[in-house]
Design a protein around this ligand. Sequence first.
Ligand code: SAM
Length: 387
Amino acid sequence: MSSFEAVIDAGGVVLFPSDTVYGLACDPGSQAAIDRLYALKRRPPEKAAAVMFFELEAALQALTELGPRTRQALRALMPGAVTALVPNPAERFALSARADPQTLGLRVISVPQLAGVSVPVLQSSANLSGGADARRLSEVAPAIRAGADLVIDGGELPGVASTIVDLRAYEAEGAWSVRRRGAVDEDELARRLGGRFRFDPASYGAMVADTLPGYDELQAQVALAAGGGARTILDLGIGTGEAAARLLEQNPRALVTGVDESPAMLAAAAERLGESLAGSHVGQLQDTLPAGRFEVVVSVLAVHHLDPLEKARLFREVRERLAPGGRFVLGDVVVPERPEDAVVDLTAGYDQPSSVAEQLDWLREARLEPALHWAERDLAVIVAKLV
Ligand SMILES: C[S@@+](CC[C@H](N)C(=O)[O-])C[C@H]1O[C@@H](n2cnc3c(N)ncnc32)[C@H](O)[C@@H]1O
């Protein structure tokens, strides 16, 4: 246990360097510790404080109720100089929330002095309530420095407090708003939460041509692996229907059911595929898949947006959707064996590729019989059949 964790565990208050300004931290589960922290900085007791983690995965694991979209937003923003307001239906960390226990202020930072800290803390900036933020230890009020049980010097910090972004409507509506301006400006938030999170059907073709030189070959290999003679196809992350259109060339009598989180992409697929698109479902691959049994389940360049647990879960769902003799064809960007083969331009947080070996394992765990059909650098096509 680090000295930081030991002091927190014992109910103490730590003065520490964050990625923005100096902060005060204590055990979020201890009323006595919180009272001390509030008293030190003379913070009015009715004001809420954020809970801080030092590792994003620890935060995501602690907040199991967060939906898949919100989790993706947090991956795009954190660690970083952002405090996210997220829904907290389980009223976790209730002592930090004050009047509104259904809302949690969440902060995740990565600073060298606190690397490896595994406990969350309640935190607030190390200034007297209403006073200026401290960029250096010397700027922290003497009474706060003297009252802290542990003082960690991180040198000079950026000095601008975190941006508070409200993500409480993000899961249902994709909506977000800035509650306090700070270190990360609104354009940067929009870039991370907006543009990059939505594929635009009008620019999709040009975008893949630019960023994915192997795209045509990947699609050709997916079609080859899918084969002919199918009457029912489920396309996961159908986008504008590129993979589905190619599959229909060799399965002309097939009916396609498409799933995509983007209504705009699904609309483009509907226009392109016409009557061959028998069903279109706006939804997440992390949710329950459309009912039915399909001879081919296909997914091209969509599953890598899921984290490992979500991928393993999806593969189990896919198994339940396969008709007898059916196959799952997965064409996607992967983590290659040789780092120099990682050539696809990825967005941290949004793109989460796994290796071929991991995905073969998860497919086997889902009681499918997978085989690698094709791979080139960081693109691969895996075929998994019902055992
Ligand atoms: C790179 S495009 C691929 C589209 C198409 N499969 C193709 O081969 O051209 C990824 C598609 O997956 C969708 N998508 C990304 N993450 C998703 C998720 N978690 N659930 C459902 N759809 C998702 C996007 O909206 C987008 O249409």
